[in-house]
Design a protein around this ligand. Structure first.
Ligand SMILES: Nc1ncnc2c1ncn2[C@@H]1O[C@H](COP(=O)(O)OP(=O)(O)OP(=O)(O)O)[C@@H](O)[C@H]1O
Length: 270
């Protein structure tokens, strides 16, 4: 495993009251990689993400992010770290009473002092990256489920996170949207120079885009490897998860006008 991992999880144990949820977890997320965590319902995947984000404290062991032990961070340091994490949760709903544009601008306005003209350029770039620049004026109720997920993705990358965490990013999507979101997760990770971790049940989609997969069962890592290693394995647990299905090509960009004109209009507006 890489010695230059953004996230390192060492002998991590976590219990709710007396109930052990995570039992001696060891994982590494090397910089620049996309890692999937899979496993049955209730095996502790979401709990693990919350420990990485510092929302929960380990019973023993540690999570290290960017060289710092998360549970040893002071309040301010934790806040700074979280600003550099993008999180996309399955039900991470958009604000319904403001436009697509304002949803993406929200984080930038909250957390930076950037002038509105610059925010506009950045919002348009983020929306362009998810193929929805042309949809900037729409309201959330005018979007399909897949489009809403893409806007949430644009919002999650608004502040150029070093670590992206996805919790079930594919749930509830049709197969075409699912393929688009999967490709986007990979593309955005690489474009941002970020590191991504994705909790998911969708092994088929994950195998196409991730660098490494951890399988969890009952709070433990029971199998791990690259997609190629997992395809070749005889491990019955891994086999149980594997199945084959193909997705077709989809139009990526929502219809949009000229990008340069969109950016230039920022000047006229300011
Ligand atoms: N706040 C809490 N208090 C007590 N137990 C909890 C709490 N949150 C989660 N649990 C329990 O911890 C276990 C692990 O939950 P977690 O959400 O991490 O699982 P998961 O692997 O993400 O499951 P799923 O795939 O269904 O989302 C579950 O048995 C759950 O009931």
């Amino acid at each position: 495993m890489s010695t230059d991992s953004l996230v390192k999880i060492s002998d991590l144990n976590f219990s709710y009251d007396n109930r052990a949820i995570l039992k001696g977890i060891n994982m590494e997320f090397p910089r620049g990689k996309v890692v999937a965590i899979m496993g049955g319902s209730g095996c502790g995947k979401t709990t693990l993400l919350r420990l990485i984000g510092g929302q929960l404290r380990p019973s023993s062991g540690s999570v290290t992010v960017n060289g710092r032990v998360v549970h040893e961070m002071k309040h301010d340091e934790l806040y700074q770290m979280r600003r550099r994490m993008g999180m996309l949760f399955q039900f991470g709903a958009l604000f319904t009473d403001i436009s697509v544009y304002d949803n993406v601008a929200f984080q930038m306005r909250e957390h930076t002092d950037l002038p509105e003209e610059l925010i506009r350029d950045l919002v348009m770039m983020k929306l362009n990256a998810v193929g929805l620049r042309g949809a900037h004026a729409l309201m959330p109720n005018e979007l399909s489920g897949g489009m809403a997920r893409r806007v949430a993705l644009a919002r999650a990358i608004a502040l150029d996170p070093m670590l992206m965490m996805y919790d079930e990013p594919f749930t509830g999507l049709d197969p075409l949207s699912l393929g688009v979101i999967g490709q986007l997760i990979r593309k955005l990770n690489d474009a941002l120079g970020a590191t991504s971790v994705m909790v998911t049940h969708d092994i088929q989609e994950s195998m196409l885009i991730v660098d490494y997969i951890y399988f969890m069962s009952d709070g433990r890592v029971v199998a791990e490897g690259t997609p190629d290693e997992l395809r070749a394995t005889k491990d019955p647990f891994v086999h149980q998860f594997l199945y084959a299905e193909a997705d077709g090509p989809v139009p990526f960009h929502y219809p949009a006008g000229d990008f340069a004109a969109d950016l230039l209009r920022a000047g006229a507006r300011g």
